[in-house]
Design a protein around this ligand. Sequence first.
Ligand SMILES: C[S@@+](CC[C@H](N)C(=O)[O-])C[C@H]1O[C@@H](n2cnc3c(N)ncnc32)[C@H](O)[C@@H]1O
Length: 509
Amino acid sequence: MADPDRTGRLREALRAANFTADGLLDLLGGPAYAALARSETVPALRATRGTSPLETLVRLFLLRQGVPRERARNALPLDDALEDGWLVPAPDAGDGEAVRATVDVRPYGGPEGQDWWIVADLGCAVGGASGVGTPEGTHGRDVVLGVGGASTTLAGITVRRPVGRALDIGTGSGLQALHAAQHAGRVTATDLNPRAVAVAGLTLALSGASGVDVREGTLFEPVAGDEPYDLIVSNPPFVISPGARLTYRDGGMSGDDLCRTLVENAADHMAEGGYCQLLANWEHPRGQDWRERLRSWVPAGCDAWIVQREVQDVTQYAELWLRDAGDHRAGAAEYEARYGEWLDEFERRGTTAVGFGWITLRKSGAREPAVVVEEWPHPVEQPLGGEVVQHFERQDFLRATDDAALLDCHFRLADGVVQEQVGMPGAEDPEHVVLRQQRGMRRATKVDTVGAGFAGVCDGSLPAWRILDAIAQLVGEDPVMLRDRTPSAIRLLVEQGFLLPAEADAPAG
Ligand SMILES: C[S@@+](CC[C@H](N)C(=O)[O-])C[C@H]1O[C@@H](n2cnc3c(N)ncnc32)[C@H](O)[C@@H]1O
């Protein structure tokens, strides 16, 4: 619907009014801004009772308010906005001369401080679908959400190196495609939902990202026969639910089959050295190890790093998604019936809990792929894209380095690693020593005295065996035995990013 010149003029008006992420926070203040993210609009309505262009735009595009035409004309090119359908007359606002927005538009700060605007269905810019009460009633099952916590998580963990071709599956509002357009020569974005295809087009146009190819269709179908992609990202409809009720979240396949299908088929569409990164939910079936199950999804020729960030029992999980859809606002009987449907489905499938996390594949072509499946529920430092690349680089190093070669290597302690000693107050010796990262994954790992001593000396100047021999002498241990038993501990410290392989930057002596 949008003409590029008119869209450009609208963008300039939004910017001139300071309808940006920072401008919004300044106007509303922290509490009202945070309340809006919880779908509570009253504080923001109170903060926008003036007539400035910024207040007008917030009322129109985030609070679903009708606004008098002349006020709207002060804030944006009114005729253009009416022509392109951003606004329509709103006689029901009690003022025959009022206009209202047809979509939500949320200011969003890009990674380099860019001013972007994410388009979504009315009531869905912030706070998710529960903000609109009953989404099915308002927009039908094909409601298009704006930016949620999952969206920003995926954007943060995505590898942001310059690439030729990127693909965003299930683009929705178009946020991931917009990010990808900053570092990919060509971006393709797909969605099953034709309304999402249109909405993503608006986000991209309004935010000034031209040339993204937005296609309609399911999973990999719209890109069948395309050249392989260097980066595939997807925040798919991963919810494990009793029925395909809402397109943005229910994949319409049973259990976690949609996520499994994406992972299993990704390799066919990945270029050598390319990455595929997705968010997923997975079942914990009764009597089966979830880690083994996830491992079995990884396609041949791909290394994988799978991180379970959270696990919920089936009741917590059902409640989360019942609230997400606004079902808690329905009558008690309906809520009970819907809740029962979720539990029936989990009982039928033998699912005891559901994991939520990140899946990254890298097409290495390795005969012995490095597949790491782990649980890390603690806070991390976003963006993590750089850490993802380093994870796989460290895996390459470990795969290519046997234990003898490892002892000849030089290592350095990663930046921001500190040592914590845990024990009774006043005790002479700690009960255990923990190495903790203050950056990236913010991991913590228990080490013994040798591990702590070894890590402390690693500045890249000595080969590992030299450090170990010195430690052996200090603690009175046989150096051969120590060299023999330590490589597995060094491997773990390297795998987790505490120690980094270093060029020998000083003579070993
Ligand atoms: C959770 S939303 C993600 C939106 C956006 N990418 C983000 O990160 O915020 C999932 C999207 O997948 C789309 N979708 C649902 N089923 C799909 C399918 N089978 N193939 C492709 N996209 C699908 C939905 O329409 C929705 O836009």
